[in-house]
Design a protein around this ligand. Structure first.
Ligand SMILES: [Zn+2]
Ligand SMILES: [Zn+2]
Length: 281
């Protein structure tokens, strides 16, 4: 018997159910995970047949096989293994850390755990065809504790929000909602914040802008553009057709640029310049 049957979970503790694909093996685990990660190492990718393995760690005694204990396929030994269903092959969990912990393959949980993966690990060996599309911290190998200085340096490399100063807040809000189909995540009397994939664009009334930029002034429309925001797309002509349907008038393009992009530009109601650009092959 490779899996110790732990004492009954303490009363009041939330318990999560998990099972393999065919349902032969079922387990339960306390909703008390100590850590959770997405591992991109080649072993985890091969073990799951996937881009990465989301897993969560917990003391071994807090996981109990409730059905199919005689139908387990244990690859490894009692202190370090991958535990699968012998009938369907599903990876359920791995016994790790000298047998003290299990790493539950989160895909095998039927219930949602309170803890979600907080980081990507072994990103140095991730699948080249997979693009990580969230803002969780990434580690080349194992997660390491960052020094305060490293954490500060890392945080500076990520643009989180851009505030655009607008004269007519409601016109700007309508424009961003209709043209970009982005959600409003915050709104008050002087600002409307919309969320792009990894970027918040905060539309801020010019009435509230001076205190942010003093001692300098807020530029008027007639001062001209000082920057441009770009969205990289696969098919700039297709995107321009869509923009046309959404009532956007292009300022330029689509036109091939000598730096290898096909671009088109337009402005929002406050005059901020936007570009959609496609790499030319
Ligand atoms: Zn199974
Ligand atoms: Zn791994």
């Amino acid at each position: 018997m490779l899996i110790e049957v732990p004492p009954e979970a303490e009363a009041g503790r939330r318990v999560l159910a998990g099972k393999c694909q065919c349902g032969t093996v079922r387990y339960r685990v306390e909703d008390a995970f100590v850590y959770a990660s997405n591992c991109h190492c080649s072993n985890c990718r091969a073990a799951t047949g996937s881009a990465f393995k989301p897993f969560a760690g917990i003391e071994r005694g807090k996981l109990e096989i409730t059905q199919g204990a005689d139908a387990l396929l244990v690859v490894g030994d009692d202190r370090l293994n991958d535990t699968r269903c012998a009938a369907c092959g599903s990876l359920l969990f791995s016994v790790v850390r000298d047998g003290e912990y299990v790493h539950v393959a989160l895909g095998s949980l039927a219930d949602a755990p309170s803890m979600r993966p907080t980081k990507h690990i072994f990103v140095g060996s991730k699948a080249p065809w997979y693009v990580i599309a969230d803002d969780l911290p990434r580690f080349e190998e194992h997660a390491t504790q960052l020094t305060a200085e490293e954490a500060a340096a890392r945080s500076l490399k990520k643009v989180s929000a851009i505030s655009l100063f607008v004269e007519d807040l409601q016109a700007a809000k309508s424009f961003y909602r209709e043209v970009f189909d982005v959600d409003v995540v915050f709104e008050d009397e002087t600002s409307v914040c919309v969320k792009f994939d990894h970027l918040f664009v905060n539309l801020l009334s010019v009435s509230a802008a001076p205190e942010l930029v003093e001692p300098y002034g807020v530029a008027g429309r007639e001062s001209g553009s000082r920057f441009q925001l770009s969205v990289w797309v696969d098919d700039v002509d297709g995107v321009c057709a869509l923009l046309g349907e959404r009532g956007v008038e292009l300022l330029t393009g689509p036109t091939d640029r000598e730096w290898g992009m096909r671009t088109a530009t337009f402005i929002d109601p406050a005059g901020h310049s936007w570009e959609v650009a496609q790499a030319l092959s």
